[in-house]
Design a protein around this ligand. Sequence first.
Ligand code: HEM
Length: 411
Amino acid sequence: MRTLQDDTLRFLREGYTFISARCDELETDLFTTRLGLRRVTCVRGAEAARMFYDGGDITRAGAVPSTTQHLLQDVGSVQGLEGEAHRTRKALFLSVLGPDQQARLAEILGREWNRSWQRAGESVVRLEDVMARILTRTACSWAGVPSGMVDAPVLTDQLRSMVDHAGSFGPAGWAARVRRRSAEAWAESVIEHHRALGPVPDEHTALGGLLRHRDADGSALSARVAAVELLNVLRPLVAVTRFVLFAQVALARAPQWRERIAEGPSEDVVGFAQEVRRFFPFFPAVPGRVSSPFRWEGHDFLAGERVVLDLYGTDHDARIWDSPESFRPERFRDWEWERHPYSLVPQGAGDVRTGHRCPGEWATLTVLRETVRRLSRENFDLPAQDLTIPLDRMPTRPRSGVLVRRRENGA
Ligand code: HEM
């Protein structure tokens, strides 16, 4: 048998573009290689996304390196479940994060935005820091966590570091895991406090839903699992900060969109937000493992085989997207995402109710819509800075964290 090439160094060097570059070289949507000494089959494109998300033969169990898993989803969370257990838990996420909860999210975010910027005055601030704090407060309030139980600067720091260091090994990763443990202990105390003393928040909030939830086997969630799931709402909402930074970079690069969005129809801002999610790099790929053998594109997938779906490459696939390397929000005019479940995949693909597609897409779009509108209407200057976005760092961000100066006559 031929020895497999080891692509670890190339993957670290090329980052987000590695899978699609190799696919292009080999003229295929599938190749098997070694990454970090492990045999992995990489796939990309809309048909690969269909196979990965809705084929029924790929599981998340044992797919994510444990260092990353502890920082992102963690043991016992919805992402580690399959079948009926997954569907029942996922229904909870869909009810507390779904379309009916978006007006409340927009209202809370507007309030927190005004409160934060009133303090910023005319000084130069890092949008990354301001936005992460706004979103931590917003997320807690939206989730039903009483403000008296939230030390916002500490929690912001903990939630940010989980995402920033999801790909880190060594001391940076260890420090992030220590912060993760502290955040879990805090979330567990929030659950236990409400169980012991009440009152139970509204059922439409994440905390209220988690406290009432019954799993498929009829059991309530343990305090530990409920805490993990509460963090699964707070952490990713704060992570939307990255998309907000990318949106500000896009507004700076294409100032004509600034005016268009400030006064234009709401479909322009939605198209802009969708293009930010498609164009900019967030999670490069998702890992899975084969649960039962199958054949696809001439390849025999064996039970236990590691498979990685290229999200970034699929979002930049020229067979799906015309001029994929151009930032063109107008491509989303009249675009209905229900009709394209495998094309726009920054947050996963397929049926959100039955598969592992992200239940936070509505919330991500709400945050982007609300902030992009405000960023284009308010009077922000961008001082000289390095806005480049390195593709060999995962997850990446604009190098400067986006410095902004808000002028006195800003709204
Ligand atoms: C799942 C990305 C925002 C909660 C996922 C998945 C991706 C993703 C790629 C699929 C993982 C897989 O297939 O194994 C993102 C990105 C976001 C974001 C890039 C932008 C910041 C959110 C938000 C929330 C959220 C705002 C909640 C408020 C979740 C949960 C899952 C998930 C709970 C697991 C779903 C399941 O296993 O069924 N996300 N997400 N995400 N996301 Fe997000």
